[in-house]
Design a protein around this ligand. Structure first.
Ligand SMILES: NC(=O)c1ccc[n+]([C@@H]2O[C@H](COP(=O)([O-])OP(=O)(O)OC[C@H]3O[C@@H](n4cnc5c(N)ncnc54)[C@H](O)[C@@H]3O)[C@@H](O)[C@H]2O)c1
Ligand SMILES: [Zn+2]
Length: 364
């Protein structure tokens, strides 16, 4: 078992990463806090695969109620949150309830936000079931929902009380969903773990095949990086922004295609290629390292092709992003493998040149 602690100014909690940990969830949760009952929050799809195992783990620990809701991205809304809160009232959940989120980032973001609002805040345990959620979204306390105007525009910071990541649950993910998480794994190598990057260069096929040995090595390493960054910058004032490597263009690609063409990690894959090329052209990153980063991203699989986006539309979306400050675009740029910096002074012309050449770059 690998266990990490996240220490922020407002919370201290453990992230447990272990094959088979799902079966111990009930015991782990009962062990850490007194409560008046647990409510399991999940989606029908995730529940079909892993609900029984989670429920069973509570059998000797007082049992648990469950609330299921649709985890389509389009249902990550206030109305879903309201609906769950009302079901909690009807279930008699009081301030000392513990909510347990079993699912990917959508379930985790919704359940976390419910926990932040219900009775002005109750405890939540995250049990992430996608690779993206295990290495990223379940840790760090960012919760929220989408608005018709854009993704993740309403939410709260609300740290979980415990995170239980069981690599075993990833085996029922679709191949494409799984691979989407691999791009986020590559991100961690580039932003702060050169040794992880080297491991991926050697062992990417094993990770793509979801071999236990590869997963058991990679997931804890990513968790360690995320836990460390969140501990040092809980509210994304500065350091935490390095997690957005590949996300400036990535988010724009998702928005420009109405979140239909790319899975998040795939859009981030393109975004990382673009940021790497910007860094190379600025002379910030050696050509050799740029080549290594690009080739690792491309080895992860075929990315959905880039859409044609009219120039002014692309800029409108890029400038409207949460990561731009006062209309200035921020890019997270690699300096070398394992270290990045945030740049706010990239000329528009350079962004346009890289964007124009991006498809060709991938082909080369
Ligand atoms: N809070 C954060 O810090 C943070 C970070 C990254 C992403 N996110 C959010 O996370 C969401 C994306 O999350 P995601 O990539 O985990 O995808 P997801 O939650 O949309 O899940 C993808 C699909 O896989 C299914 N699924 C989940 N686990 C499964 C399993 N073990 N077996 C079979 N099917 C399974 C789900 O039902 C869903 O259909 C986005 O809304 C994004 O905004 C949040
Ligand atoms: Zn991401």
């Amino acid at each position: 078992m690998q266990q990490f602690t996240v220490n922020t100014p407002t919370a201290h909690y453990a992230v447990i990463c272990q094959r088979g940990a799902l079966a111990r969830a009930g015991a782990l949760i009962s062990g850490f806090a007194e409560h008046t009952g647990c409510v399991l929050l999940s989606s029908p799809r995730v529940w079909r695969h892993w609900g029984a195992a989670l429920e069973r783990s509570f059998r000797e620990h007082g049992g648990a109620k469950k609330i299921l809701f649709d985890d389509a991205e389009s249902r990550k809304t206030f109305s879903t949150v309201e609906n769950i809160c009302r079901q909690l009232v009807r279930a008699g959940a009081d301030r000392r309830v513990v909510l347990v989120a079993l699912g990917g980032g959508v379930v985790g973001d919704i359940a976390g936000f419910v926990a932040a609002c219900y009775l002005r805040g109750v405890r939540v345990v995250q049990v992430p079931t996608t690779l993206v959620a295990q290495v990223d979204s379940a840790i760090g306390g960012k919760t929220g929902v989408n608005l018709p105007e854009g993704k993740n525009l309403a939410g709260a910071f609300h740290q979980p009380r415990l995170v239980i990541a069981d690599p075993k649950v990833l085996h029922t993910l679709s191949a494409r969903q799984y691979r989407s998480g691999v791009y986020e794994v590559i991100k961690y190598g580039v932003i702060s773990d050169g040794r992880l990057f080297e491991y991926l260069e050697d062992s990417l096929p094993q990770l793509l095949a979801a071999r236990p040995a590869a997963l058991d090595k990679v997931i804890p390493r990513c968790i360690r990086v995320k836990a460390d960054i969140v501990g040092r910058d809980e509210h994304e004032r500065d350091l935490r922004r390095i997690l957005n490597f590949g996300h400036t263009l990535g988010h724009a690609l998702e928005a420009a295609t109405n979140y239909r063409r790319f899975l998040h990690g795939e859009a981030v894959g393109w975004g990382m290629l673009a940021a790497t090329e910007i860094a190379r052209r600025r002379g910030l990153l050696a050509a050799r390292d740029a080549g290594r980063i690009s080739s690792l991203i491309l080895r992860a699989g075929r990315l959905p092709s880039l859409p044609r986006i009219p120039r002014d539309r692309l800029w409108r979306i890029l400038r409207g992003d949460k990561k731009s400050r006062a209309g200035k675009l921020h890019f997270v740029l690699p300096k070398r493998i394992g270290e990045v910096e945030i740049a706010a002074d990239i000329p528009d012309s350079l962004v346009e040149e890289v964007w124009a050449g991006l498809s060709n770059l991938a082909r080369e």
